[in-house]
Design a protein. Structure first.
Length: 189
């Protein structure tokens, strides 16, 4: 059985913990292959927000790419993937993708994902949102991009930050149609 290829772009918005959790959980699934890119500011946030190093991220990833490597295989539509998640997605990255800039590997891989009509998910991390942010996200949503901001649920009675992160990762894996046994699903009343 061939592995499902998931591209993960990590940008400079706060929330690197969401990307780390997704990469860790995908690593545990045998038929998933991860292709990871960190922007320069994502690398800075990795240092600021976590105790992990870039080498830790590389070791969790099946394939790791430099954000400046526009010749990488994920920059071409002929390299088949099953989708892409940009987590967290900075407003700069959202804007870049909305106008088709493709000036780095994250925005180019997203452009390829769109043109090939594959699944693209963004985890926008900004607040408050101004009209430009909303218009860019609306434009992308109209193109089929799924926006899954990290908005916590409280019906599952989270007790730790990890509980909140787990719920977000569950939402991302659900959107990718990847079975997961995350706790905290709504069971009804």
């Amino acid at each position: 059985m061939s592995k499902r290829r998931i591209v993960i772009g990590v940008t400079g918005a706060s929330g690197t913990i969401y990307a780390i959790d997704l990469i860790k959980k995908l690593k545990q699934i045998n038929n998933i292959e991860t292709h990871v890119i960190l922007s320069p500011w994502a690398k800075q946030n990795l240092k600021i927000e976590t105790d992990m190093s870039l080498n830790d991220i590389k070791s969790l990833s099946d394939f790791y790419y430099s954000s400046g490597d526009l010749g990488a295989r994920i920059a071409s539509g002929s390299f088949l993937t099953d989708g892409m998640v940009i987590v967290p997605a900075s407003m700069k990255t959202v804007a870049s993708i909305a106008v088709g800039l493709g000036d780095n590997l994250i925005s180019r891989a997203a452009d390829v994902t769109l043109k090939e009509q594959r699944k693209l998910i963004m985890v926008p991390r900004e607040t408050p949102l101004n009209t430009i942010h909303l218009e860019n996200m609306t434009k992308l949503s109209k193109m089929g991009v799924q926006m899954i901001p990290p908005i916590p649920a409280f019906y599952n009675h989270p007790k730790t930050i990890q509980d909140l992160v787990d719920h977000q990762t569950m939402k991302l894996m659900d959107a990718l149609r990847i079975e997961n046994d995350s706790k905290g699903r709504w069971e009804g009343i």
